[in-house]
Design a protein around this ligand. Structure first.
Ligand SMILES: NC(=O)c1ccc[n+]([C@@H]2O[C@H](COP(=O)([O-])OP(=O)(O)OC[C@H]3O[C@@H](n4cnc5c(N)ncnc54)[C@H](O)[C@@H]3O)[C@@H](O)[C@H]2O)c1
Length: 330
């Protein structure tokens, strides 16, 4: 794909996990890329994520809650990949207002900037499967009822729907991808704040047992980050996506015990313990989940290409080589 060659692109959350991998793909296509990130320490932003890209991208450290900065950054761009977010479900319960400000209010003000200062921009929003809550049926398609089980899910839903509204009412072309668990090089592995997979990687490399909560029989689907980036690129390039929401997902569905076993196997050593759910996590757990992603497959031609084992091998190799940039600076 060379769709983005010469295009001016803003990636919010660009020093984070998915944003930095997306930036790499856009630079490879010859796009002119600006990354904006607040680098709030408890979130996923990390300068090392763009170590290899430093000379090829513009980096702007500011907050998406600042509408004046966002106006300056958005007004001359062709595309906005809108990935900045507070992503911790637990943190959203401890500090709901910050989650609201970033995941909902700031999204609205970003879209206002688009409407008034750059209505021709195309926007792709990173939404989440969290807004479905505990599934009524599996696999979960886009018609599944929306029933978020945490504050983060509600605020991400508002953020997503603002994008669709601005597409439908104001003609600011926008679409949303409901990401499932995404993993790979660049994800936050320092602590259990974000995905459990991140802390599992760290524990394995530190030769400590992984903790699997509950009975370990909960099933999940996972996307390697390259597959997620491919979907974001397709959604941005395709006019058929405007005003739409698409699930991402994987045909490899796995329970957490089997995943822990696979990760130990990929690492060549390690162990895992099945332990009771901490009460704060149990209260917002969604049980079994996996997506039906046939809509994006049919309409945009996306399907995941990277198998779980291969993706985990890439991930473990990366953190084995670069751990000092992800947790040794504690
Ligand atoms: N990784 C996943 O499994 C997953 C699943 C579903 C949805 N998503 C969504 O994808 C997007 C990217 O997630 P990620 O996994 O790359 O997380 P991440 O934490 O690595 O990246 C998010 C980035 O946004 C930045 N950010 C947060 N608040 C900001 C603010 N107010 N102003 C500017 N920058 C800010 C953070 O510093 C971070 O670098 C998020 O919106 C998230 O909700 C991710």
């Amino acid at each position: 794909m060379t769709h983005y060659a010469g295009a001016k692109i803003l990636v919010t959350g660009g020093l984070g996990f998915i944003g930095s991998n997306l930036a790499r793909a856009l630079v490879a296509q010859g796009a002119s890329v600006t990354l904006v990130d607040s680098l709030i320490p408890t979130y996923g932003g990390n300068f090392f994520n763009v170590e290899d890209l430093k000379a090829s991208v513009d980096i702007n450290i500011c907050d998406v809650r600042d509408p004046y900065a966002m106006r300056h950054l958005i007004q001359d761009k062709d595309y906005l990949f809108n990935l900045a977010g507070q992503t911790s479900h637990l943190d959203s319960m401890v500090d709901p207002k910050t989650d609201l400000d970033i995941n909902a209010a700031a999204q609205l003000s970003i879209l206002e900037v688009c409407r008034h200062h750059n209505p021709a921009i195309k926007v792709v929003f990173a939404s989440t499967r969290q807004l479905y809550g505990r599934p009524d049926y599996l696999p979960v398609d886009e018609k599944h009822p929306i029933r978020p089980v945490d504050v983060n899910g509600i605020n991400k839903l508002a953020g997503e729907w603002y994008h669709l509204l601005y597409n439908d009412v104001y003609g600011v072309r926008a679409c949303a991808l409901r990401l499932t668990n995404t993993y790979g090089p660049g994800m936050r592995v320092k602590d259990a704040r974000q995905t459990f997979l991140g802390i599992w990687v760290r524990l394995l490399l530190e030769e400590k047992p992984i903790k699997v909560f509950g009975d370990g029989l909960q099933v999940r689907d996972f996307n390697y980050v390259d597959d997620c980036v491919a979907a974001l690129l397709l959604a941005g390039a395709n006019e058929a996506a405007n005003g739409k929401v698409y699930n991402l997902g994987s045909r490899e569905v796995i329970n957490l015990n089997a995943l822990a076993e696979l990760m130990v196997n990929v690492n060549g050593k390690g162990s895992f313990d099945v332990v009771p759910f901490p009460a704060d996590r149990k209260a917002i757990d969604i049980g079994d989940y996996y997506s039906d992603y046939s809509l994006i497959e049919k309409e945009l031609g996306w399907s995941p290409q990277v198998g779980l084992r291969h993706g985990l091998e890439q991930t473990m190799d990366y953190y084995r080589a670069h751990s000092q940039h992800y947790w040794d600076n504690d």
